[in-house]
Design a protein around this ligand. Structure first.
Ligand code: GLN
Length: 191
């Protein structure tokens, strides 16, 4: 299965390495043509305002809209979660929300002291705990009815799923634990 990693900006290499380590064929996606060649897509962490701008200038935004509407499996982490959300709070006015998952997220919501932190997460469907690496993470402030919460920190959702879209506020690609990627590949293979 060819798994795309949106490679406009941010931590895309780490995602590609994780996917390669699991035996998938990771493809860096920078153009609509690249997107047309993949079955699923990972949207990495980084800077959502920059990625939003680059999505528009590369023409990828419309192509991505079409694929999302068609139900392509996607995994969005941190900035990727922000891009896929229905509503972005504290975003830039020109920042686009792709609306693939019915949540509202606030950018950089954890304040200076907790800008970056690690905490063990309990994730639905995974045994034991998962190392949650949070870096200037967005906070999920609203979760729509059709959205399943897969993990929480302090009673706030940090990982959710709606249909074929999975998003997390943390960085599984920086955790050294491949299980979130493995689950994504397993799910995507059934579509
Ligand atoms: N604060 C970043 C943004 O708004 C996200 C941080 C991250 O992806 N590590 O895009």
């Amino acid at each position: 299965m060819k798994v795309g990693v949106l490679a406009l900006q941010g931590a895309f290499r780490e995602h590609a390495e994780a996917l390669d380590a699991l035996g998938a064929e990771a493809v860096l996606v920078k153009t609509p043509e690249h997107l047309a060649g993949v079955d699923s897509l990972v949207l990495p962490g980084g800077e959502s305002t920059t990625m939003s701008h680059l999505l528009a200038t590369s023409g990828l935004d419309e192509a991505l809209d079409d694929r999302l509407r068609a139900g392509m499996p996607v995994l969005g982490t941190c900035a990727g979660m922000i891009l896929l959300a229905e509503e972005v709070l504290d975003g830039r006015p020109d920042q686009r929300a792709l609306g693939a998952v019915d949540i509202s997220v606030r950018r950089n919501a954890y304040g200076r002291q907790r800008e970056s932190f690690e905490t063990d997460l309990t994730i639905d469907g995974l045994a034991g705990t998962f190392p949650g690496v949070f870096i200037r993470a967005p906070a999920v402030e609203r979760v729509g009815e059709g959205v399943t919460i897969l993990a929480e920190v302090d009673r706030r959702a940090v990982m959710c799923r709606q249909g074929t879209v999975t998003v997390c506020a943390f960085h599984p690609e920086l955790s050294g634990d491949l299980r979130v990627h493995a689950e994504f590949l397993k799910e995507a293979a059934t579509r």
